[in-house]
Design a protein. Sequence first.
Length: 97
Amino acid sequence: MRIWFSQAFPWLRTRPRVPDLVCQQVVELVTDYLEGALSPADQRRFDKHLAGCPHCTEYLAQMRETIRLAGRLTPEDLTPAMRTDLTDLYRQWRAGG
């Protein structure tokens, strides 16, 4: 009786399928994507999702534009009210809520 290699070691036949990303996961990973901090596998999954999702592609473009514009701001560009709002938001974020 002959036993084929794939019969003796069925787990070697196929690699486990890594699920595709959904939009919510793309939103959660966008910062790592822009910073080049994704693993090669996650980078491929991210790029694959973008190739088929115009909404996430637009979201990524908006994030890039926001970063570009925000990079031009200086503390002097903010009004006192804006500074207070940003400080309050940061404190809320640090407090976990």
